[in-house]
Structure formats: C-alpha cells, structure tokens
Ligand binder design. Sequence first.
Ligand code: SF4
Length: 215
Amino acid sequence: MADVQQTTVGNGEGGDPLSLSALQHYLYCPRQCALIHVERLWVENQFTAEGRLLHARTDLGGEEARQGLRIARAVPIRSWRLGVVGVADVIELRGGEPVPVEYKRGRPKAHRADEVQLCAQAFCLEEMFGTTVAEGFLFYGSIRRRRAVALDAELRTLTTSTAADARRLMMEGRTPLPVYEAHKCEACSLKAECHPERLTKRVSIGRWLAARIDE
Ligand code: SF4
C-alpha cells in the first residue's frame, strides 16, 4: 500500500484524512505511528526495503484481464466516513464486485495490523462503489501465498476504533513514550531513533534522589 499525502479530502470529524498505512502503524505501535505520521520520520531497514521491492510491480499501476478476472493496480481510494486515503495495491473485479488484495513482505503475523489495513480498504471501496465487500486477501512475500480475510463485524469494529484512535493521536500531535516489546521493536526500522529500551526503563524517585545526594 502506497501512501497518498494530501489535504483536500475531509472526514466527518474534521482534520486531514489519515493515510491508510497509519492504521497499520498505529495498531503495531502508537509511537511508531506518531514518529512516521506526526514527526515525518522514516528509516529504511531490511524489512522496509523488502516491502518496497515486493511493491515494485503493483506500484507501476495499470490494468489487466486474466482468467476472467479484471485486475487493477495502484488504485487511489478514499473513505470520507473513516477519514482515510491511500492507494490500494491491487483491486480484483470478481463478477463486477471489487475485492482488495494487499501485498505484505514476510508471513502472516500474530497481530491484526495487516487485516485492519485491508479492512480499511474495503470501507473505501464500499463507499466509492456503493457495494459490500465481504472478503479481501493478504499476499505474503515470504510464503508466496495469499490468505483470505473475512471482513466481519469484529474486524470492522477494530478498524473503526483504530482509525479514531490514530486520528486522535494526529490531532494531539504528540508522540507517546515507547513500550519495549522485543518481537516488535527488533523488527522496527525506527528502533535506533526511538530508543525503546533506554526510555522504557523506569528509575525510582527514591533511587534518583539518593544518587543526587551522593553526588
Ligand atoms: S522501536 Fe518499538 S517502541 Fe519504538 S517505534 Fe518501533 S515498535 Fe514502537
């Protein structure tokens, strides 16, 4: 999913629209979301580079028809209701109905950040085409396979609340303190700038005072 940076689309709660990727970043780590979308910080690492390479084809855009399927790549989408804009990697037209396909490096994950990003795309397509999108797909580069995702009520509720939480963070313009979680932070390209281990350490006031008195 490529981002669209723009300010002309509004949303029901006011303010600029969120990039669709902000939802994924927020669910992964609110601090990561703020560093990228508030502080405009971006650092490439092995994982982001792999993701960029995986998107090389979809980012070219264009359409094709294959086995009775129409496929469109790099499709600009937006939802006024959710207040998000972005570019969908791939939209497949199945029997005239749009089905989003999101490309991800790596493999299926324990958290739901990828599913939320896909579901937000479905919200966009439903609003743009006046239809219902019941299912989408996540294609994972490491296993070279796609996984069907049911866009059910639970995922829709999570997507809506994530968009509201991410928007609140943007409007407040604040960057939360880090919470070090090895499985997330060690894969995060912003780790060197974030200092999660150092900033997560809590120093007791008593110990801090004792150290100052010793000095
Ligand atoms: S290093 Fe960890 S706490 Fe910091 S932004 Fe990345 S995931 Fe969040």
